[in-house]
Ligand binder design. Structure first.
Ligand code: SF4
Ligand code: SF4
Length: 266
């Protein structure tokens, strides 16, 4: 773990901001341009000096670095360490950067491949890592992809050096606020009751159960989920399958469950 500059931003009116990608789909970076009505106001708060989706120039001089994606190889690891040395503030943008995201499924997929078949496929990368397994990360912005509204609310706090405090309530609360019908009551697996809120019940509001892309709320245990699945008559296996998807729940799943469901059976 690299310990670097403290989470204090240089006082400047328009900080130099750079966006980088490691192994990612660029969906989180695209969110920067979402909510068109406010996009100019948002972008006017910063001077973008490196962002391959927006400008052709690059720079090695920046105050804030947003990094999307997991670390999948040595080259990315070295790039990440260099960014950490250059930036005052490093922001992990999205589930891949925060937890390994869907990329972390690649390692578990290998477990499901027979020895005979292994020789027929290209070797997969080593287990993709979250950024904070390698460097100190100052701010995490969760989600697959991140929510632009949340990005807009967090960015001024980064500029003013204020701590970013994430919601402790679950997606479930946002469902209730939005008067959504509980999907568990309809027999649909859903992690909304244990997943960090802030997405405004994005999937559940559209009738799809939550897959936990924003990671768990504090103090959740696997036992709680087992009891919930019994109470609601939901197969626990389907909840465990969802917990293994983005990597945020990896500390929660007991080894036995993890071995069972991280075997490319999704
Ligand atoms: S978190 Fe999701 S949207 Fe963002 S880069 Fe990863 S896969 Fe793409
Ligand atoms: S409902 Fe769940 S899976 Fe969907 S965006 Fe929100 S946290 Fe992510």
């Amino acid at each position: 773990m690299i310990r670097n500059k403290p989470f204090v931003l240089n006082k400047c009116v328009r900080p130099k901001v750079a966006f980088f990608k490691l192994t990612s789909c660029e969906g989180c970076q695209l969110q920067v341009f979402n909510r068109e009505s406010g996009v100019l106001k948002f972008l006017n708060q910063m001077e973008i000096v490196d962002f391959r989706e927006a400008i052709t120039g690059t720079s090695s001089c920046y105050d804030v670095a947003f990094i999307e994606g997991s670390v999948n190889n040595e080259e990315q690891k070295m790039k990440l360490i260099e960014i950490r040395h250059r930036a005052d503030t490093v922001v992990a943008l999205g589930s891949c950067a925060c937890f390994g995201g869907i990329n972390q499924l690649v390692a578990s997929c290998e477990k499901g491949i027979s020895e005979a078949d292994k020789g027929k496929i290209s070797p997969s990368p080593k287990t993709p890592k979250a950024l904070d397994e390698i460097i100190q990360v100052d701010v995490h912005i969760y989600g697959c992809p991140v929510k632009k509204k949340e990005l807009e609310s967090i960015f001024p706090r980064i500029l003013s050096g204020k701590p970013v405090i994430h919601n402790k309530y679950p997606v479930c609360r946002e469902c209730k606020q939005n008067h959504n019908i509980c999907l568990l009551d309809l027999g649909e697996p859903c992690l909304g009751s244990v997943t960090r809120g802030g997405c405004d019940a994005w999937c559940t509001g559209s009738g799809m159960g939550c897959w936990g892309c924003r990671g768990p709320i504090p103090k959740v245990t696997q036992r709680q989920l087992e009891r919930l699945s019994q109470r609601k008559g939901i197969d626990f296996d389907s909840l465990a399958e969802r917990m293994s998807c983005f990597g945020g729940f990896s500390n929660l799943l007991c080894q036995q469950t993890e071995d069972l469901y991280k075997s490319c059976q999704l």
